[in-house]
Design a binder for this molecule. Structure first.
Ligand code: ARG
Length: 563
């Protein structure tokens, strides 16, 4: 609908004397001001030297001349805004289509099957899955879901951090202070491994030789020459993955591919990358290391191979994207959902890939997220003041059990996820339990509860044998009208959310949608056998449930039966 209105407004504006007008349509905050509005008259008032109100009136006059049946009229408001009203019959038509499309309401094929790798979660092996990784998992999963719903071919990739100097440190610590048998039998082996990793950093402050010894161990690991070391590394991965998968199960998240960094660390693969870079004259030797220096110091230099010949994060990322490009072919979009501390790094990486001609504009996206903050500041694995994700989930479940044991799992996970997704992911989050579990505020449970309530209304109506139907009288109720009109924005918000890689746009929409429903619910007797508008009210209630469920589903949030 938005394209059609834009087109018609453009035609009317040209007739009113504007040459090549740019039309920006918005939804007025206050629905009584129409379904769409534009300030086009105010923008072109200076150029045409006509008062904005007069120009707006001219445009509206032209616009109203060939109004499509979906619109009732356009009016001029305030200093020269043009407000456009959708005809009730078009609103009803939308509600009817929600009910028939059910879980497919909002689905489209605008993606045209374009391939998009959404890489997210990507925890590091033998380090805990902290609440920091949770952000990447939740945000990346939502982005992948939305793109899939919009007709893209989505490949979900978990880029595990299973390679790098930290393994030298870990293997050194296991050898020096660890008890391998105990680790293998432990209930949570990752926690044991992290404790050893933390110990390494404490002890390395005292004995300066540890760092070198660890580096050397990593070099041996990378050479693949010592099978005992390689075996221990493999075991660490196995133990970690087992624990990660428990968390993914709880979160209801899964992946298509789970290649680790190690898959892209072989000497052949890194040599291939070095050769490619060399052939494009992008490599410079600096203090025995191979680096890329950016023109005009656009970014600081990026190391590709260290002086001891070992690979580095960047080498492996280039090898990863090279593999992806060769495997999935052209027209491939890659989204990396990774914390904001890596923003500069991803700019450097993308700049190199751009210089190599690996992608077209818009095909490399770093979706960055801020930190979780607790009152005592940032958390770090090295210092050991880690917040464990499974502890957070347990705590949320405990709180949700207090509400209703039956729905505790869905409510706990929904609460944690929504607390994240309702905010612009670039920002930091201050963790606040009261906000997360709040049943009346902008929380997961609040949205789930709106749905559960609506379901209860339908159950009651069903018991009474009432019809759910849009073909009868459409009752003249302001709150119903507002809810129904707002449901028409769903698809548009999804597209906006996808294009800007911001699930919080969808989340914000759902918060408003729930509020519109709650007002309708509070102000109206929905189930009233004697009233002829009841079937229609039930239909809007049903459409609300589908819209809300679809939206929550895309955010990875389930709606329980009861709460
Ligand atoms: N494992 C990394 C970390 O937790 C994130 C990996 C991000 N993805 C990438 N292609 N570099 O810090």
């Amino acid at each position: 609908m938005i394209e059609e209105i834009t087109h018609l407004l453009k035609k009317a504006s040209i007739k009113a004397g504007i040459i090549d007008p740019f039309i920006k349509l918005e939804h007025p905050e206050d629905i009584s001001h129409g379904d769409f509005s534009t300030n086009v008259a105010m923008v072109y008032t200076k150029v045409l030297k006509i008062a904005p109100k007069i120009l707006a009136e001219k445009i509206v006059e032209e616009f109203n001349k060939d109004l499509p049946s979906t619109l009732s009229n356009a009016t001029v408001a305030g200093p020269g805004f043009i407000n456009i009203y959708v005809h009730n019959s078009a609103v009803t038509k939308n509600t009817t289509s929600v009910i028939s499309l059910k879980e497919n309401y909002g689905r489209s094929d605008i993606g045209g099957g374009k391939k998009i790798i959404v890489e997210y979660s990507s925890p590091n092996i033998a380090k805990p899955f902290t609440i920091g990784h949770l952000r990447s998992t939740i945000i990346g999963d939502a982005i992948a879901n939305i793109y899939d719903f919009l007709g893209y071919k989505v490949i979900r990739d978990n880029h595990l951090g299973d390679w790098g100097t930290q393994f030298g440190k870990l293997l050194f610590a296991i050898d020096k202070w660890g008890d391998w048998d105990k680790i293998e039998k432990s209930d949570s082996p990752i926690k044991d491994l992290v404790a050893l990793y933390v110990k390494f950093h404490d002890e390395a402050l005292i004995d300066k030789s540890y760092e070198d010894q660890a580096r050397n161990l990593f070099k041996i690991l990378e050479s693949g020459e010592n099978s005992d070391i390689t075996e221990k590394w493999r075991k660490c991965i196995e133990l970690s993955k087992k624990e990660f998968s428990k968390i993914y199960d709880k979160l209801g998240v899964s992946f298509d591919t789970e290649f680790g960094e190690s898959m892209f660390a072989s000497p052949e693969k890194s040599n291939e990358i070095l050769e490619i870079l060399k052939s494009k004259n992008l490599l410079t030797t600096s203090e025995n290391a191979q680096v890329v220096i950016f023109e005009n110091e656009k970014y600081p230099p990026l190391i590709i191979q260290k002086s001891d010949g070992t690979t580095i994060y960047a080498t492996r990322d280039l090898a990863t994207d090279w593999y992806r490009k060769n495997t999935y072919g052209k027209d491939l979009m890659i989204v990396n959902e990774v914390g904001s501390e890596q923003t500069l790094y991803f700019r450097q990486l993308f700049e190199i890939e751009r210089l190599l001609g690996w992608f077209e504009i818009g095909e490399r996206i770093h979706v960055s997220h801020g930190l979780y903050r607790f009152k005592d500041g940032k958390m770090s694995t090295r210092k050991g003041n880690v917040i464990w994700l499974d502890d957070i989930i347990d705590e949320a479940e405990k709180r949700a059990v207090a509400l209703n044991p039956e729905s505790a799992n869905d409510v706990a996970i929904g609460a944690i996820k929504f607390n994240d997704l309702k905010r612009d992911c670039a920002h930091d989050i201050v963790f606040d339990w009261d906000e997360i579990m709040n049943m009346t505020g902008d929380s997961g449970p609040y949205l789930q509860y709106a749905c559960v309530r609506a379901e209860a209304v339908l159950d009651k109506a069903k018991e009474k044998g009432l019809k759910v139907d849009t073909s009868g009288t459409r009752p003249d109720i302001v709150s119903l009208d507002m809810l129904e009109r707002y449901m028409m924005h769903f698809e548009e918000k999804l597209v906006f959310s996808a294009n800007s890689f911001k699930p919080n746009i969808l989340a914000g929409y759902l918060i408003n949608l729930a509020s519109f429903f709650n007002v309708f619910y509070a102000q109206t007797v929905i189930v009233d056998e004697k009233e002829e508008g009841t079937a229609y009210k039930l239909a809007v209630t049903q459409a609300f449930i589908y819209t809300m469920r679809n939206g929550l589903n895309l955010l990875g949030i389930k709606v329980p039966k009861r709460m």
